[in-house]
Design a binder for this molecule. Structure first.
Ligand code: ADE
Ligand code: ZN
Length: 324
């Protein structure tokens, strides 16, 4: 086992809290809330984890969320992650959440954010992990729905560090949300966006130029465009790469084919993250360990990845400098 991969203090910057929902907890909450899942038991659910692309994953991911109903459910979901993240070396996490996936089912926005916030605000004291929230808009929903979500979030502005963009990428370019992100920036939120996971490099350009993102989530397809690579390097725009996710969702065939090493060689500010670890076969330490093995990354490369994670984070500058 690569002990350094787990022991290195690191920031997790690309983690969907709903993607940490382990089958055991899914069925516990299903029973507690009297919700019938389309899978009879844990084994049947796990058999559905044979994904062929992003869409095939999202179908299962959204189906499992149906059991999240109360504030306590959301607190328990985040607590389950936070209580185990330290053993992966996580000392800071900026977690995504998908409010529209819950409000569309009739769960009030307040239930979602109050539940998550209870876990997040007490995380440092209980687990030694500073935590913050990034609210994502679902890009396969309308601009109008994103604006309505932004309005609902305004009273909770100080609990949210940034807004992001996720869900089915192809056919839903960042430009669709230019006006929403302009408003979010005007409200003082930072911005990030999934781009270049399945979508083309043009989506990464749009995320930079139209959504003014501080970092790009995934961004692996940026390598297809040398001008884009030069821009990312020159402006030190971080990329939150998720290797095990990319294999599970067939963005790459195997970890040995993953472009992470090329990205490091191009001097990009690349970070390694876990995306939806309950579904993709491992948390962040496992991602570090498995890419180290598959791509023959030495300890110095792992250290660079961990340092990049703090540089790329939204931690306040003085705390951040202590990690660098
Ligand atoms: N939502 C959860 N995981 C995602 C991913 N990898 N890409 C886009 N949207 C997501
Ligand atoms: Zn993601």
């Amino acid at each position: 086992m690569n002990q350094l991969a787990f022991a290195l203090p690191k920031a997790e910057l690309h983690l969907h809290i709903e993607g940490t929902f382990e089958p055991g907890l899914i069925f516990t909450l299903a029973e507690r809330n009297g919700v019938q899942l389309p899978y009879p038991n844990v084994d049947a659910l796990r058999r559905a984890y044979a994904f062929t692309d992003l869409r095939s994953f999202l179908d299962v991911y959204y189906a499992a969320m149906a059991v999240l109903r109360t504030e306590r459910d959301f607190t328990e979901l985040a607590d389950a992650y936070l209580s185990r993240a330290r053993e992966q070396g996580v000392v800071h996490v900026e977690m995504f959440f998908d409010p529209q996936a819950h409000t569309a089912r009739g769960i009030p926005f307040a239930t979602v954010i109050d539940g998550l916030w209870e876990a997040v605000r007490t995380s440092e004291a209980r687990f030694g992990i500073s935590a913050s929230l990034i609210m994502c808009f679902l890009r396969d929903q309308s601009e109008e729905s994103a604006f309505a979500t932004l309005d609902e979030a305004l009273p909770y502005g100080d609990r949210i560090v940034a807004v992001g963009l996720d869900s089915a990428e192809v056919g839903h370019p960042p430009s669709k949300f230019r006006r929403v992100f302009e408003r979010a920036l005007a409200e003082g939120w930072k911005t990030v966006a999934h781009a270049g996971e399945e979508g083309p490099p043009a989506y990464v350009w749009e995320a930079l130029d139209l959504l003014r993102v501080s970092r790009v989530d995934h961004g692996v397809r940026s390598l297809e465009d040398p001008r884009l690579v030069a821009r990312l390097r020159d402006e030190r725009i971080p990329l939150t790469v998720c290797p095990l996710s990319n294999v599970k969702l067939r963005v790459v065939d195997t970890l040995a084919d993953h472009p992470l090493r090329r990205m490091l060689d191009e001097d990009l500010v690349v970070t390694v993250n876990s995306d939806d670890p309950a579904y993709f076969g491992g948390y962040i330490g496992t991602n570090y360990a498995q890419v180290a093995q598959a791509l023959h990354l030495d300890d110095a490369a792992l250290l660079t990845l961990a340092r990049n994670s703090f540089e790329a984070s939204f931690i306040d500058v003085r705390t951040r400098d202590a990690y660098l």
